[in-house]
Design a protein around this ligand. Sequence first.
Ligand code: KE4
Length: 422
Amino acid sequence: MQTTSETLFKQAQSVIPGGVNSPVRACRNVQSTPAFIAKGYGSHLFDVDNRAYIDFVLSWGPMILGHADPEVTEAIQRTTALGTSFGAPSPLEIELATEVRDAFPSIEMVRMVNSGTEATMSALRLARACTKRDKVLKFIGCYHGHADPFLAQAGSGLATLSIPGTPGVPAHVVEDTLLAPYNDLATVEELFQKEGDAIAAIIVEPIACNMGLVLPSEGFLKGLYDIAHAHGSLLIFDEVITGFRASYSGAQGRFGIDPDLTTFGKIIGGGLPVGAFGGKAQYMKRVAPEGDVYQAGTLSGNPLAMAAGLATVRKLRGMDYDLLEKRTANFALKLRDILAEKVPVQIPTIASMFSVFFTEDPVTDFASAQKANQARFTLFYKQMRAQGIYLAPSSFETGMLSFAHSDADLERTLAAARTVCF
Ligand code: KE4
Protein backbone atom coordinates (compact mmCIF):
# COMPACT_ATOMS: atom_id res chain seq x y z
CA MET A 1 0.00 0.00 0.00
CA GLN A 2 1.56 3.26 -1.15
CA THR A 3 1.78 6.06 1.35
CA THR A 4 0.38 9.41 0.35
CA SER A 5 3.94 10.79 0.34
CA GLU A 6 4.96 8.14 -2.20
CA THR A 7 1.98 9.02 -4.39
CA LEU A 8 2.68 12.73 -4.12
CA PHE A 9 6.40 12.24 -4.76
CA LYS A 10 5.58 10.50 -8.05
CA GLN A 11 3.32 13.40 -9.02
CA ALA A 12 5.92 15.96 -7.93
CA GLN A 13 8.62 14.36 -10.06
CA SER A 14 6.50 14.85 -13.17
CA VAL A 15 6.48 18.61 -12.74
CA ILE A 16 9.39 19.57 -10.44
CA PRO A 17 13.01 18.46 -11.11
CA GLY A 18 13.66 15.54 -8.75
CA GLY A 19 10.26 16.22 -7.19
CA VAL A 20 11.72 18.81 -4.84
CA ASN A 21 12.54 22.49 -4.77
CA SER A 22 15.88 21.91 -3.09
CA PRO A 23 18.02 18.83 -3.82
CA VAL A 24 18.91 17.60 -0.34
CA ARG A 25 15.20 17.17 0.49
CA ALA A 26 14.91 14.38 -2.10
CA CYS A 27 16.50 11.85 0.31
CA ARG A 28 18.21 10.17 -2.67
CA ASN A 29 21.44 9.34 -0.86
CA VAL A 30 19.53 7.53 1.87
CA GLN A 31 17.39 5.69 -0.67
CA SER A 32 14.18 7.03 0.83
CA THR A 33 11.04 8.79 -0.33
CA PRO A 34 10.77 12.23 1.26
CA ALA A 35 7.90 12.63 3.70
CA PHE A 36 5.49 15.25 2.40
CA ILE A 37 4.78 17.44 5.39
CA ALA A 38 1.30 18.76 6.10
CA LYS A 39 1.93 20.74 9.29
CA GLY A 40 4.23 21.34 12.20
CA TYR A 41 3.75 22.30 15.84
CA GLY A 42 6.60 22.91 18.26
CA SER A 43 9.18 20.11 17.91
CA HIS A 44 6.88 17.98 15.78
CA LEU A 45 6.12 17.56 12.09
CA PHE A 46 3.09 15.70 10.72
CA ASP A 47 3.20 14.22 7.23
CA VAL A 48 0.32 13.94 4.78
CA ASP A 49 -0.58 10.55 6.28
CA ASN A 50 -0.71 12.28 9.66
CA ARG A 51 2.35 10.42 10.88
CA ALA A 52 4.11 12.38 13.64
CA TYR A 53 7.85 13.02 13.73
CA ILE A 54 10.20 14.60 16.24
CA ASP A 55 11.97 17.13 14.02
CA PHE A 56 15.75 17.65 14.23
CA VAL A 57 15.97 19.42 10.84
CA LEU A 58 13.83 22.47 11.76
CA SER A 59 13.59 23.56 8.12
CA TRP A 60 17.44 23.43 8.01
CA GLY A 61 17.72 25.92 10.86
CA PRO A 62 15.06 28.66 10.96
CA MET A 63 12.66 27.03 13.42
CA ILE A 64 14.73 27.45 16.60
CA LEU A 65 11.52 28.34 18.50
CA GLY A 66 9.74 25.31 17.08
CA HIS A 67 7.08 25.17 14.40
CA ALA A 68 4.05 27.51 14.48
CA ASP A 69 5.31 29.44 17.47
CA PRO A 70 2.23 31.35 18.69
CA GLU A 71 3.95 34.75 18.85
CA VAL A 72 5.54 34.38 15.43
CA THR A 73 2.29 33.13 13.93
CA GLU A 74 0.36 36.04 15.45
CA ALA A 75 2.90 38.53 14.07
CA ILE A 76 2.58 37.05 10.58
CA GLN A 77 -1.23 36.98 10.72
CA ARG A 78 -1.43 40.56 12.02
CA THR A 79 0.95 41.81 9.33
CA THR A 80 -0.64 39.85 6.49
CA ALA A 81 -3.92 41.66 7.11
CA LEU A 82 -2.14 44.95 6.38
CA GLY A 83 -0.65 43.81 3.07
CA THR A 84 2.34 41.62 2.33
CA SER A 85 4.67 43.67 0.14
CA PHE A 86 4.82 47.25 -1.05
CA GLY A 87 8.25 47.58 -2.66
CA ALA A 88 8.69 50.58 -0.43
CA PRO A 89 10.45 51.15 2.90
CA SER A 90 8.56 50.09 6.02
CA PRO A 91 9.30 50.71 9.71
CA LEU A 92 9.70 46.97 10.28
CA GLU A 93 12.90 46.95 8.21
CA ILE A 94 14.51 49.49 10.53
CA GLU A 95 13.45 47.46 13.54
CA LEU A 96 14.90 44.16 12.30
CA ALA A 97 18.13 45.76 11.07
CA THR A 98 18.48 47.38 14.50
CA GLU A 99 17.88 44.08 16.32
CA VAL A 100 20.61 42.44 14.21
CA ARG A 101 23.02 45.34 14.72
CA ASP A 102 22.43 45.37 18.48
CA ALA A 103 22.94 41.60 18.77
CA PHE A 104 26.18 41.55 16.71
CA PRO A 105 28.82 44.08 17.91
CA SER A 106 30.79 43.72 14.65
CA ILE A 107 27.83 45.05 12.70
CA GLU A 108 27.13 48.74 12.12
CA MET A 109 24.81 48.47 9.09
CA VAL A 110 22.63 45.74 7.55
CA ARG A 111 21.01 45.12 4.16
CA MET A 112 18.08 42.71 3.96
CA VAL A 113 17.85 40.20 1.09
CA ASN A 114 15.72 37.09 0.47
CA SER A 115 18.00 34.12 1.07
CA GLY A 116 21.37 33.11 2.43
CA THR A 117 22.58 32.72 -1.15
CA GLU A 118 21.76 36.33 -1.91
CA ALA A 119 23.47 37.37 1.30
CA THR A 120 26.78 35.64 0.59
CA MET A 121 26.72 36.55 -3.10
CA SER A 122 26.24 40.22 -2.18
CA ALA A 123 28.82 40.19 0.61
CA LEU A 124 31.43 38.79 -1.78
CA ARG A 125 30.62 41.43 -4.40
CA LEU A 126 31.00 44.12 -1.75
CA ALA A 127 34.31 42.70 -0.52
CA ARG A 128 35.63 42.58 -4.10
CA ALA A 129 34.58 46.19 -4.66
CA CYS A 130 36.07 47.45 -1.40
CA THR A 131 39.42 45.71 -1.95
CA LYS A 132 39.50 46.01 -5.75
CA ARG A 133 40.47 42.32 -5.80
CA ASP A 134 38.79 39.29 -7.41
CA LYS A 135 39.82 36.16 -5.55
CA VAL A 136 37.96 34.60 -2.63
CA LEU A 137 39.16 31.85 -0.32
CA LYS A 138 36.60 29.32 0.90
CA PHE A 139 36.93 26.01 2.71
CA ILE A 140 36.35 22.59 1.18
CA GLY A 141 33.04 21.25 2.46
CA CYS A 142 31.68 24.61 3.51
CA TYR A 143 28.49 25.68 1.79
CA HIS A 144 27.61 29.32 1.21
CA GLY A 145 24.55 28.92 -1.03
CA HIS A 146 24.48 28.24 -4.74
CA ALA A 147 25.96 31.42 -6.25
CA ASP A 148 28.58 30.52 -8.85
CA PRO A 149 31.74 31.52 -6.94
CA PHE A 150 30.90 29.20 -4.05
CA LEU A 151 30.13 26.03 -6.02
CA ALA A 152 33.67 24.73 -5.77
CA GLN A 153 33.92 21.64 -3.58
CA ALA A 154 31.02 22.86 -1.50
CA GLY A 155 29.19 21.00 1.23
CA SER A 156 25.50 20.39 1.97
CA GLY A 157 23.58 19.12 -1.05
CA LEU A 158 26.64 19.11 -3.34
CA ALA A 159 28.52 16.83 -0.96
CA THR A 160 25.41 14.74 -0.39
CA LEU A 161 24.91 14.18 -4.11
CA SER A 162 28.68 13.98 -4.80
CA ILE A 163 28.56 16.96 -7.15
CA PRO A 164 32.11 18.36 -6.89
CA GLY A 165 31.43 21.39 -9.03
CA THR A 166 28.47 22.33 -11.16
CA PRO A 167 27.98 22.40 -14.93
CA GLY A 168 26.98 25.88 -15.97
CA VAL A 169 29.52 27.57 -13.71
CA PRO A 170 32.15 29.05 -16.07
CA ALA A 171 35.69 27.87 -15.33
CA HIS A 172 36.93 31.45 -15.06
CA VAL A 173 34.50 32.08 -12.21
CA VAL A 174 35.80 29.29 -10.00
CA GLU A 175 39.38 30.10 -10.99
CA ASP A 176 39.01 33.03 -8.62
CA THR A 177 37.88 30.70 -5.84
CA LEU A 178 40.80 29.41 -3.77
CA LEU A 179 40.27 26.35 -1.59
CA ALA A 180 41.72 25.15 1.68
CA PRO A 181 40.76 22.35 4.06
CA TYR A 182 38.76 23.55 7.08
CA ASN A 183 40.95 24.08 10.17
CA ASP A 184 44.08 24.21 7.98
CA LEU A 185 45.71 27.58 8.71
CA ALA A 186 49.00 26.49 7.11
CA THR A 187 47.36 26.13 3.69
CA VAL A 188 45.59 29.47 4.14
CA GLU A 189 48.91 31.12 4.98
CA GLU A 190 50.53 29.45 1.95
CA LEU A 191 47.78 30.67 -0.39
CA PHE A 192 48.09 34.19 0.97
CA GLN A 193 51.88 34.13 0.57
CA LYS A 194 51.33 33.28 -3.10
CA GLU A 195 48.28 35.38 -3.95
CA GLY A 196 47.47 37.47 -0.91
CA ASP A 197 47.43 40.75 -2.81
CA ALA A 198 44.71 39.35 -5.11
CA ILE A 199 42.41 37.94 -2.43
CA ALA A 200 39.37 40.07 -1.66
CA ALA A 201 38.09 37.95 1.21
CA ILE A 202 38.08 34.78 3.21
CA ILE A 203 34.55 33.44 3.65
CA VAL A 204 34.05 30.85 6.35
CA GLU A 205 31.32 29.08 8.28
CA PRO A 206 32.66 29.90 11.78
CA ILE A 207 31.18 26.58 12.85
CA ALA A 208 31.02 24.30 9.81
CA CYS A 209 27.54 22.79 9.49
CA ASN A 210 27.47 21.62 5.87
CA MET A 211 29.91 18.73 6.01
CA GLY A 212 28.20 17.52 9.12
CA LEU A 213 29.12 19.52 12.24
CA VAL A 214 32.82 20.40 12.34
CA LEU A 215 34.06 22.70 15.08
CA PRO A 216 36.76 25.32 14.48
CA SER A 217 40.03 24.20 16.09
CA GLU A 218 41.61 26.41 18.75
CA GLY A 219 43.00 29.54 17.09
CA PHE A 220 41.60 28.78 13.63
CA LEU A 221 39.15 31.69 13.42
CA LYS A 222 41.53 34.18 15.03
CA GLY A 223 44.19 32.94 12.62
CA LEU A 224 41.91 33.70 9.67
CA TYR A 225 41.24 37.17 11.06
CA ASP A 226 44.97 37.86 11.40
CA ILE A 227 45.96 36.45 8.00
CA ALA A 228 43.18 38.27 6.15
CA HIS A 229 43.99 41.60 7.74
CA ALA A 230 47.75 41.16 7.31
CA HIS A 231 47.08 41.06 3.56
CA GLY A 232 44.39 43.71 3.28
CA SER A 233 41.61 41.15 2.73
CA LEU A 234 38.23 41.07 4.44
CA LEU A 235 36.96 38.31 6.71
CA ILE A 236 33.37 37.25 5.99
CA PHE A 237 31.59 35.11 8.60
CA ASP A 238 28.80 33.14 6.98
CA GLU A 239 26.41 32.93 9.94
CA VAL A 240 23.38 31.86 7.92
CA ILE A 241 23.05 28.84 10.24
CA THR A 242 24.96 29.99 13.34
CA GLY A 243 23.43 33.49 13.52
CA PHE A 244 21.18 33.57 16.63
CA ARG A 245 21.85 29.81 17.03
CA ALA A 246 25.48 29.43 18.16
CA SER A 247 24.56 32.13 20.65
CA TYR A 248 22.26 35.16 20.55
CA SER A 249 25.27 36.89 18.94
CA GLY A 250 26.11 33.96 16.70
CA ALA A 251 29.49 32.26 16.49
CA GLN A 252 31.31 35.61 16.47
CA GLY A 253 29.79 36.46 19.84
CA ARG A 254 30.68 33.01 21.15
CA PHE A 255 34.29 33.08 19.97
CA GLY A 256 34.96 36.82 20.30
CA ILE A 257 35.94 37.40 16.66
CA ASP A 258 35.19 40.68 14.84
CA PRO A 259 34.57 39.87 11.14
CA ASP A 260 34.37 42.66 8.58
CA LEU A 261 31.15 41.32 7.05
CA THR A 262 28.60 38.80 8.25
CA THR A 263 25.86 36.99 6.35
CA PHE A 264 22.54 35.81 7.74
CA GLY A 265 19.48 33.80 6.74
CA LYS A 266 17.15 31.21 8.27
CA ILE A 267 16.43 32.30 11.89
CA ILE A 268 16.21 36.03 11.09
CA GLY A 269 13.28 35.21 8.81
CA GLY A 270 11.39 33.16 11.39
CA GLY A 271 10.50 30.65 8.67
CA LEU A 272 9.89 33.17 5.89
CA PRO A 273 12.35 33.90 3.07
CA VAL A 274 14.92 36.34 4.44
CA GLY A 275 18.67 36.80 4.30
CA ALA A 276 20.89 39.71 5.24
CA PHE A 277 24.45 40.90 5.06
CA GLY A 278 25.97 43.44 7.38
CA GLY A 279 29.20 44.75 8.78
CA LYS A 280 31.37 47.79 9.26
CA ALA A 281 29.84 51.02 7.98
CA GLN A 282 33.01 51.79 6.01
CA TYR A 283 32.18 48.81 3.79
CA MET A 284 28.37 48.79 3.95
CA LYS A 285 28.21 52.43 2.81
CA ARG A 286 29.54 51.25 -0.55
CA VAL A 287 26.23 49.44 -1.17
CA ALA A 288 23.85 51.23 -3.57
CA PRO A 289 22.21 53.68 -3.44
CA GLU A 290 24.57 55.18 -0.85
CA GLY A 291 27.49 53.68 -2.69
CA ASP A 292 28.22 52.23 -6.10
CA VAL A 293 28.05 48.48 -5.39
CA TYR A 294 24.73 47.42 -6.85
CA GLN A 295 22.52 45.00 -4.96
CA ALA A 296 18.71 44.89 -5.10
CA GLY A 297 15.60 42.73 -4.51
CA THR A 298 11.89 43.13 -5.13
CA LEU A 299 10.89 41.44 -1.88
CA SER A 300 13.89 42.48 0.19
CA GLY A 301 12.68 43.68 3.60
CA ASN A 302 9.04 42.86 2.91
CA PRO A 303 6.82 43.44 5.94
CA LEU A 304 5.71 39.82 6.36
CA ALA A 305 9.22 38.41 6.54
CA MET A 306 10.33 41.30 8.73
CA ALA A 307 7.46 40.68 11.14
CA ALA A 308 8.27 36.96 11.37
CA GLY A 309 11.97 37.68 11.87
CA LEU A 310 11.34 40.38 14.45
CA ALA A 311 8.99 38.21 16.50
CA THR A 312 11.60 35.45 16.41
CA VAL A 313 14.73 37.40 17.35
CA ARG A 314 12.89 39.43 20.00
CA LYS A 315 11.62 36.21 21.62
CA LEU A 316 15.10 34.70 21.38
CA ARG A 317 16.55 37.63 23.35
CA GLY A 318 14.94 36.23 26.47
CA MET A 319 15.60 32.55 25.88
CA ASP A 320 18.08 30.45 27.87
CA TYR A 321 20.71 29.48 25.31
CA ASP A 322 22.93 27.94 28.01
CA LEU A 323 20.17 25.56 29.07
CA LEU A 324 19.47 24.57 25.46
CA GLU A 325 23.19 23.91 24.99
CA LYS A 326 23.34 21.75 28.15
CA ARG A 327 20.32 19.71 27.01
CA THR A 328 21.79 19.25 23.54
CA ALA A 329 25.19 18.19 24.93
CA ASN A 330 23.56 15.73 27.31
CA PHE A 331 21.43 14.28 24.51
CA ALA A 332 24.41 14.02 22.14
CA LEU A 333 26.50 12.27 24.80
CA LYS A 334 23.77 9.69 25.51
CA LEU A 335 23.21 9.15 21.78
CA ARG A 336 26.95 8.61 21.32
CA ASP A 337 27.06 6.08 24.19
CA ILE A 338 24.10 4.15 22.74
CA LEU A 339 25.48 4.00 19.19
CA ALA A 340 29.10 3.43 20.25
CA GLU A 341 28.02 0.12 21.79
CA LYS A 342 27.11 -0.97 18.26
CA VAL A 343 29.60 0.68 15.84
CA PRO A 344 32.35 3.35 15.86
CA VAL A 345 30.71 6.77 15.93
CA GLN A 346 31.54 10.44 16.47
CA ILE A 347 28.86 12.88 17.61
CA PRO A 348 30.26 16.42 17.72
CA THR A 349 28.05 19.00 19.38
CA ILE A 350 28.02 22.71 20.15
CA ALA A 351 25.17 25.04 21.12
CA SER A 352 21.93 23.38 19.92
CA MET A 353 23.63 21.43 17.13
CA PHE A 354 24.98 17.91 16.69
CA SER A 355 25.78 15.51 13.91
CA VAL A 356 26.42 11.77 13.54
CA PHE A 357 29.51 10.43 11.78
CA PHE A 358 29.96 6.65 11.71
CA THR A 359 33.74 6.68 11.88
CA GLU A 360 36.51 5.86 14.34
CA ASP A 361 38.29 9.20 14.23
CA PRO A 362 37.28 12.74 15.14
CA VAL A 363 36.12 14.75 12.10
CA THR A 364 38.09 17.96 11.59
CA ASP A 365 37.53 18.69 7.90
CA PHE A 366 35.70 17.46 4.79
CA ALA A 367 38.23 14.72 4.00
CA SER A 368 37.72 13.13 7.42
CA ALA A 369 33.95 13.64 7.17
CA GLN A 370 34.00 11.71 3.90
CA LYS A 371 35.56 8.73 5.69
CA ALA A 372 32.36 8.24 7.67
CA ASN A 373 30.43 5.09 6.76
CA GLN A 374 27.54 6.28 4.59
CA ALA A 375 25.87 2.85 4.47
CA ARG A 376 25.61 2.87 8.25
CA PHE A 377 24.25 6.43 8.16
CA THR A 378 21.53 5.25 5.75
CA LEU A 379 20.61 2.33 8.03
CA PHE A 380 20.52 4.73 10.99
CA TYR A 381 18.42 7.32 9.11
CA LYS A 382 15.88 4.77 7.86
CA GLN A 383 15.39 3.01 11.19
CA MET A 384 15.08 6.27 13.10
CA ARG A 385 12.59 7.69 10.60
CA ALA A 386 10.53 4.51 10.80
CA GLN A 387 10.20 5.25 14.51
CA GLY A 388 9.12 8.84 13.96
CA ILE A 389 12.49 10.57 14.33
CA TYR A 390 13.07 13.09 11.54
CA LEU A 391 16.79 13.56 10.89
CA ALA A 392 18.57 15.34 8.04
CA PRO A 393 18.87 12.77 5.22
CA SER A 394 22.63 13.27 4.95
CA SER A 395 25.66 13.00 7.22
CA PHE A 396 26.83 16.22 5.53
CA GLU A 397 24.16 18.18 7.39
CA THR A 398 23.70 19.15 11.04
CA GLY A 399 20.99 18.13 13.49
CA MET A 400 19.41 20.85 15.59
CA LEU A 401 17.29 21.19 18.71
CA SER A 402 14.71 23.91 19.18
CA PHE A 403 13.54 25.54 22.39
CA ALA A 404 10.38 23.45 21.89
CA HIS A 405 12.07 20.04 22.17
CA SER A 406 10.94 18.37 25.40
CA ASP A 407 12.78 15.87 27.59
CA ALA A 408 10.21 13.32 26.43
CA ASP A 409 11.17 14.05 22.79
CA LEU A 410 14.84 13.42 23.59
CA GLU A 411 14.12 10.27 25.61
CA ARG A 412 11.97 8.91 22.77
CA THR A 413 14.76 9.62 20.30
CA LEU A 414 17.31 7.81 22.47
CA ALA A 415 14.96 4.86 22.87
CA ALA A 416 14.64 4.68 19.08
CA ALA A 417 18.43 4.75 18.72
CA ARG A 418 18.73 1.79 21.13
CA THR A 419 16.78 -0.38 18.66
CA VAL A 420 18.87 0.48 15.59
CA CYS A 421 20.73 -2.47 14.01
CA PHE A 422 23.72 -2.16 11.67
P1 KE4 B 1 19.82 29.68 1.31
O1 KE4 B 1 20.10 30.33 -0.02
O2 KE4 B 1 19.50 28.19 1.18
O3 KE4 B 1 18.77 30.44 2.14
O4 KE4 B 1 21.14 29.78 2.20
C1 KE4 B 1 22.33 29.29 1.67
C2 KE4 B 1 23.31 28.98 2.80
C3 KE4 B 1 24.35 29.85 3.04
N1 KE4 B 1 25.24 29.64 4.04
C4 KE4 B 1 25.12 28.55 4.84
C5 KE4 B 1 26.12 28.34 5.94
C6 KE4 B 1 24.07 27.62 4.64
O5 KE4 B 1 23.97 26.53 5.45
C7 KE4 B 1 23.14 27.84 3.61
C8 KE4 B 1 22.00 26.88 3.32
N2 KE4 B 1 21.92 25.73 4.17
C9 KE4 B 1 21.36 24.54 3.56
C10 KE4 B 1 21.35 23.41 4.60
N3 KE4 B 1 22.63 23.10 5.11
C11 KE4 B 1 19.99 24.79 3.02
C12 KE4 B 1 19.18 23.54 2.76
C13 KE4 B 1 18.91 23.38 1.29
O6 KE4 B 1 19.79 23.70 0.47
O7 KE4 B 1 17.80 22.89 0.99
